[in-house]
Design a protein around this ligand. Sequence first.
Ligand code: 0A1
Ligand code: ZN
Length: 880
Amino acid sequence: MRDATPQTVFLKDYTPPEYLIDQVELNFDLDEQRTQVRSTLSLRRNPQSPDSSAALKLLGEELQLVSIAIDGQLLEASQYLLGEEALTIYEVSQDRPFQIVIENIINPQANTALEGLYLSSSMLCTQCEAQGFRKITWFLDRPDVMSRFKTTLIGDKSKYPVLLSNGNKVGQGELENNRHWVSWEDPFAKPCYLFALVAGLLECVADDFTTMSGRRIALEIFVEKHNVDKCDHAMQSLKNAMRWDEETYGREYDLDLYMIVAVDHFNMGAMENKGLNVFNTKFVLARPDTATDSDYEHIEGVIGHEYFHNWSGNRITCRDWFQLSLKEGFTVFRDQQFSGDRSSPAVKRIEDVNALRTRQFAEDAGPLSHPIRPEAYIEINNFYTLTVYEKGAEVVRMLHTLLGAAGFRKGCDLYFQRHDGQAVTCEDFVKALEDANGVELNQFRRWYSQAGTPVLTVSQRYDAESQQLHLTIQQSCPPTPNQPVKAPLHIPVKLGLLAADGSVAPIICNGSSQSEMILNVTEAEQTFSFDQLVQPPVVSLLRGFSAPVTLKIERSPDELAFLLRHDSDTFNRWEAGQQLAVQVIFKLIDAIELGRPLQLQPVIVEAYRSVLTDSSGDLSYQALLLALPEESYLSGQMAIIDVEAIHQAREFVKKTLAEQLHAEFKQLYIQHHRDESGSFDAGAVGRRRLKNACLSYLSKLENDDIYHIAEQQFYSARNMTDQLAALSAIVNSNHPAKARSLDSFYVQWRQESLVIDKWFTLQATSSMPNTFATVQALMKHSAFDMKTPNRVRSLIGAFSQANPLHFHAQNGEGYRFLADQVLALNTLNPQIASRMVTGLAQWRRYDAARQGLMKQQLQRIVATEHLSKDVYEIASKSLA
Ligand code: 0A1
Ligand code: ZN
């Protein structure tokens, strides 16, 4: 158990800050083990907080105090209280501004939590969101205190030739003993979570961008020397993002310089620090031979995401951390739009929905479920969740759907104009959208406060006599922690109708005729009627996945096959194929559980045959149509998850399809298997996707001919997508060349840590029988390192979150292993440790034996001494 029960912070307790800090001057004398910080704060009482106390409480953790002075007077020990988490100065001026100078010392090398100032390889860098600034110096570390920062960095010229901070460079000079200094000034007031500094031996890849008003912006990406040849895609992505935000939202960049630094050690993907983004190398570095097509896409998406934060997050920030989705939900929505526009909106939407339904829906159905605007937290770092980010983006998308593109843009314009330079709330965002459009969104607001995934149950009745279709939609939402009863939400449901020949049937409703319409579902039960339908139509509901809900509608396999063939909505065409596969797989799961022989229904074989032979469209989309629902999505549909039956049934479908459509898969593979160096254009990406989808099916046949094809592709590939797809086919089979291929891959890429992460993940996610032993052996591999989050995620994260079959082994070895690793990580890096606990959070969804085993490990974690707040919160809430 922890030493004391950690405190919960509540949204309802929010009060404005008692003091404000207008200016900050920071001076860093950098050293790996002993960095000296001098912070000069210009403070005053906040006029918005009339009942302020005379004492000033500055937050700070793990800091060594040297001195404090107020208005030039050194303070004596009796004038302040130095605690574990704060420095309280008993009396400060109430009627005029005052200045505090604090000197303190920090040890970046000892900082394995990667929060505050830390060492990544030989580089010094910072991570301040959410509450890392307090590990640099004492401060009012809360987002509604916005200050102008001036920063001076002093360091050794050989170790730290590059010294960076936010804003513009305003001075530099030489010092004795081979040292130098650089000063930076950020003209925009910002909360301290957006502060950053970087010092290191770095190369700069430079370019520029001319904004819509003709200003020239210098763009600089800083990386270690051996990575200079992997920055082109990130740079191009940045320029694309800058142009896109001008064209789509009318947003222009505001400083003269935009810098990105790529670091090997990072807890998350990237960070939007003003003018100085710090990125996980995973989301910057790409060369065709080292990065897959998905990596290229993720890089473009994350570069866009951080860039878009400059307006949705930095210029307008959050009042408090409960409002996190204000910046994250909105920015994820913006990056999704950007990526869709850059590639294929249809493919991007399917990928996003797939991720939401497999991962966020599980979170929302479990003990950690929370609204996109949470009401309480113990450790805010635990709330950078799929719910706040991905469901938050869905909520913004629904607003976009309800207001239309033009209305949404009008609302955003007002939001940006009204709140520029402020720290605001989700409510302010909704209000701006309302005011700009002259609408009210009162019921819609419930999406911000209500957790859980709503369920829409649809029934239809066709009346031949009146030629009407009546659609009844019921909505409900399961109880979630602290929210036993839910109120109805405002849910936009996009609808289309298909005639029997597959053509569009006009929707005639209340006298108007449309080819598609939005149904505003607002009540617990509602019926919509459509006229002039000579024949019963086939309904296509929730087009484009217009709301983050579970749709329940009875469909025959034939109707699903019909929609898969004819629906003009690309999302729903794909969805019909998915639901057809779901039905088929669940029939097989029943058969497995009853010990009956397995048989594949011909309807799915024919549906897949037509997908395989219709190459009229986008090849990436065709590849998605061929992908069977993931095991984790199937788990979400089962009352008691049967991991083995799910795996066995899905494998059976895959193998049988490969057998029955062998010729078609092979033909497509051959047709699209070209010797490509890996250009990242839609055509080449599509060819690779489709070809590798075919290879994945064919590899289930376990025949020599296919083994030969896979091995050939592995050795001859000139791009990582093809090489990895071939290796994956080999690793997940009984291929005789498995060990040889893995060794060869390791030797080829041992210098490229991001590629070696893939090597770990591939083995950790293998469905082959000896995977757990392999994982244990890999933990001892010389390339494994608990202090590198990417490596931890690539092995422990991959095994526990993406290998249900082996992680949930009946004997509980997977659970014990995970708990061991969580406890080891707890002291090194609490944020990463708590992310790993989520593998155990869904324990209630398994059979009694597994429940007991998982619970036992959670209890063991909670009972451990010196548990971090991060791990304590997730483990204890999982048990609650
Ligand atoms: N704001 C960043 C994500 C981020 C959050 C927390 C971090 O450290 C605890 C780091 C990054 C984003 O949305 O990209
Ligand atoms: Zn973000």
